[in-house]
Design a protein around this ligand. Structure first.
Ligand code: AP5
Length: 214
């Protein structure tokens, strides 16, 4: 099963992708994570990527499609979860071609719908475990009182450089301008399924499970 999790920054794509990885043995392909890895490599490409990401812009289609292509050549397991990819119509076309070359298809595009005010609160309160990447939130999913990650016991937690109101404004603008046209693109292909991303995490999960079991 291959699915896309589509939604604005802070919609809960990463949170739900991790659950699907655990429960369905799927592979999470997060272009955000891949780009953060590229930036920490210190290469020339990494420096360009870092500058774009910190401002909240989109990295070029060429770089992102290249990263995804490499990952698709690896193991498949229970299928792929595309998290934060595609983000432009060119990326969506490229993904369709890549999957077709592999004899694969998309099973669903799950749109997580969340209003803008909630996104700001989610983004500014987010932290992740530096060891396993488990996602926390100061209010809705606080780090356990013993200071240890509930998933791996790690004790270091990070906040992202682009998780501030200024970058978020640009990220949202990019989303509405370049990514939201994908809603129509996948609707026309009858692949689009909508989920109330404002609901509790467990309820969002239940709605996604229902979509995937149909
Ligand atoms: P990326 O890392 O993909 O970030 P994003 O799309 O902005 O999404 P986020 O990771 O911020 O949010 P999320 O939806 O995963 O939410 P999460 O589950 O963490 O991209 C970063 C940058 O990389 C981009 O700006 C761009 O520069 C570049 N980039 C990446 N992909 C690209 C591409 N394809 N093309 C070009 N450039 C690309 O949840 C957020 C918070 O809310 C957490 O604290 C969580 O605990 C909480 N939360 C989650 N669900 C709920 C819920 N139901 N109720 C209450 N709280 C919740």
């Amino acid at each position: 099963m291959n699915i896309i999790l589509l939604g604005p920054p802070g919609a809960g794509k990463g949170t739900q992708a991790r659950v699907l990885v655990d429960e369905r043995d799927m592979i999470q392909l997060s272009t955000g994570d891949m780009l953060r890895e590229a930036r920490s490599s210190g290469t020339e490409m990494g420096k360009v990527v870092a500058e774009v990401m910190d401002k909240g812009g989109l990295v070029t289609d060429e770089i992102v499609i290249g990263l995804i292509r490499e990952k698709l050549e690896g193991e498949k397991k229970g299928g792929f979860i595309f998290d934060g990819f595609p983000r432009t119509l060119a990326q969506a076309d490229a993904l369709a071609d890549l999957l077709a070359d592999m004899g694969e298809a998309l099973d669903a595009v799950v749109e997580l719908q969340v209003e803008e005010e909630a996104l700001v609160a989610r983004i500014v309160g987010r932290s992740t475990c530096g060891n396993c990447g488990e996602v926390y939130h100061d209010v809705t999913k606080p780090i356990p009182a013993d200071g240890k990650c509930a998933n791996c016991g790690g004790t270091e937690f990070k906040r992202r450089a682009d998780d501030n109101e200024e970058s978020l404004k640009t990220r949202l603008m990019e989303y509405y301008k370049k990514t939201s046209p994908l809603i129509g693109y996948y609707y026309a292909k009858d692949d689009l399924r909508r989920v109330d991303g404002l609901a509790e995490m467990s309820e969002v999960k239940r709605q996604i499970d229902e979509i995937l079991s149909n």
